[in-house]
Design a protein. Structure first.
Ligand SMILES: [Zn+2]
Length: 187
């Protein structure tokens, strides 16, 4: 799928007949409006149907955020589109503000959270574990979740690892995490 980069035009007043979805990288028409924040209920983002739904689904996570912060969160998705850190390296150096080391989860023994701090921490809920596997944290859009899922599947597909058993287990965990996140956040 080509990832067209579009400059989002966030206009709030006079509406041109055609506007692009405000979600970065989305080339669909922005036909649906959504308030830019709780404090600016009269100012709108314009999204395509997919993105307005995702935005609505994430609405609670935007509570208390300023308009600028919400916009930054949405824009953050652009960084998400970049090639990711090298898969397979357990402890990646890439730790952006929204990047958990999802792969700490995949300990050599296949056990969850095998890091030195894991023993002290309370056990993760299925949802938290899933977020770790995906290396994301709310708010995220369904589109972002799907894109991440595709990345992970590609990286860990057993076919790409010579039918490796470990890769198979990882793929299973990824599939489970995907189902968990999808049903937790988007249903
Ligand atoms: Zn869109």
């Amino acid at each position: 799928m080509p990832r067209a980069r579009i400059e989002a035009s966030v206009e709030t007043a006079a509406q041109p007949p055609l506007r692009a979805c405000d979600h970065p990288g989305c080339a669909a028409a922005g036909d649906f409006r959504a308030p830019r924040s709780r404090a600016s209920l009269g100012a709108y983002f314009w999204f395509c149907l997919d993105h307005v739904r995702a935005y609505n689904a994430a609405w609670n996570y935007y509570a208390g955020m300023s308009e600028a912060e919400i916009e930054a969160e949405i824009r953050h998705d652009t960084t998400w589109q970049r090639p990711s850190w090298p898969f397979g390296s357990r402890y990646s150096a890439m730790r952006g503000p929204h990047f958990h080391d999802g792969f700490g989860f995949f300990g050599e023994g296949g056990e969850a959270a095998a890091g030195p701090d894991a023993a002290k921490a309370r056990p993760l809920s299925a949802q938290e574990a899933a977020l770790q596997i995906f290396g994301i944290e709310p708010p995220f859009t369904l589109v972002r979740l799907k894109a991440r899922y595709k990345e992970l599947v590609k990286a860990h597909h057993p076919d790409a690892h010579g039918g490796d058993k470990a890769a198979e287990e990882k793929l299973k965990a990824i599939n489970q995490a995907y189902a968990t996140l999808k049903s937790s956040y988007f249903s």
